[in-house]
Design a protein around this ligand. Structure first.
Ligand code: AP5
Ligand code: ZN
Length: 217
C-alpha cells in the first residue's frame, strides 16, 4: 500500500504514520526527518536546508524529490510506504506520479488530516521529544509517565525542534496554505482523496484512518 498523509504542520502526520508502520508493516518516509538527519550530519543537502527549515520555508523541489526518489528504491519500500510531509508542492506531486508510473505503480490513498489553526499552533508549541530515541511528547497531555524520564529508553534529555516557535510556525502555516493545500484539489480530481477529522484524540484519528483505508479496498 502506498499512501500519503497530507496536512498542515502539527496535524499529526508523524504520529499517525508511526501507527501505520506497525499496522501495515510498511516504512514511514518523512522528508522532514530525512532533512533533519541531513542537517545533523552536516551533509551538502543539510547545509543547504538548515536556514530554510529554520525560517519555516520549503526546501527546493529538486532536493526533496531526489531524496524521495532515492529512498523509494530501498528494498523496504517494495511493499509500499507512507509518505509524511511529501509531496508539498504541485511539482512534487507531479514528480511522485512520474516516479511511480515509471515502476508501474500508483498511489492507493491520500489522506487529508484537517485540524484548526489554533490547535496546530498549540500542538507545535507543546511538542518535545527524547534526544536519544526520538519518542515524541507534548506539554498538553502526552508527558512522560515519570516526569523527566523517557518512557521508552529511560533517559532524561529532551529536545524541542528549532522551527517549533510561534513566528516560524506562522511561516510554516502560510507555506502550507499557499504551496501544499492545492494538492487537496489535485488528488480529489484523481479520485483518491479521503479526509479525516484530525481534531479528534490520537487513537480515534488512527481508527478513522484505518476505516478509510479498509473501506477503499
Ligand atoms: P516536517 O518535519 O514535515 O514538519 P511539518 O509538516 O511542519 O509537520 P510536523 O512534523 O510539525 O507535524 P505533524 O503533522 O507530523 O504532527 P505530529 O504528529 O508531530 O517539515 C519540517 C520542515 O522541513 C518544513 O518546514 C520544510 O522546511 C522542510 N520540508 C519537509 N518536507 C519538505 C518537502 N516535501 N518540501 C520542501 N520542504 C520540506 O504532531 C504534532 C504534535 O501534536 C505532537 O506533539 C503530537 O504528539 C501531537 N498530536 C498529534 N496528533 C494529535 C491529536 N490528534 N490530538 C492531540 N495532540 C496530537
Ligand atoms: Zn527515549
Amino acid at each position: 500500500m502506498r499512501l500519503i498523509l497530507l496536512g498542515p504542520p502539527g496535524a499529526g502526520k508523524g504520529t499517525q504514520a508511526k501507527k501505520l508502520i506497525d499496522r501495515f508493516g510498511i516504512p514511514q518516509l518523512s522528508t522532514g526527518d530525512m532533512l533533519r538527519a541531513a542537517v545533523s550530519a552536516q551533509t551538502e543537502v543539510g547545509l543547504k536546508a538548515k536556514e530554510i527549515m529554520s525560517a519555516g520555508k520549503l526546501v527546493s523541489d529538486e532536493i526533496v524529490i531526489q531524496i524521495v526518489a532515492d529512498r523509494i528504491e530501498q528494498p523496504d519500500c517494495e511493499n509500499g510506504f507512507i509518505l509524511d510531509g511529501f509531496p508539498r508542492t504541485l511539482a512534487q506531486a507531479d514528480a511522485t506520479e512520474t516516479m511511480l508510473h515509471g515502476k508501474g505503480l500508483r498511489l492507493d490513498h491520500v489522506i487529508e488530516m484537517r485540524v484548526e489553526d489554533d490547535e496546530l499552533v498549540k500542538r507545535v508549541a507543546g511538542r518535545f521529544s527524547c534526544a536519544h530515541c526520538g519518542t515524541s511528547y507534548n506539554d498538553d497531555g502526552q508527558r512522560p509517565k515519570v516526569e523527566g524520564v523517557c518512557d521508552k529508553c529511560g533517559r532524561s534529555d529532551f529536545v524541542r525542534r528549532p522551527d517549533d516557535n510561534p513566528e516560524t510556525m506562522r511561516t510554516r502555516l502560510k507555506s502550507y496554505y499557499k504551496e501544499t493545500a492545492p494538492l487537496v484539489g489535485f488528488y480529489y480530481c484523481k479520485g483518491i482523496l479521503k479526509f479525516v477529522d484530525g481534531m479528534k484524540p490520537i487513537d480515534e484519528v488512527a481508527k478513522d484512518i484505518a476505516t478509510v483505508v479498509s473501506e477503499a479496498e
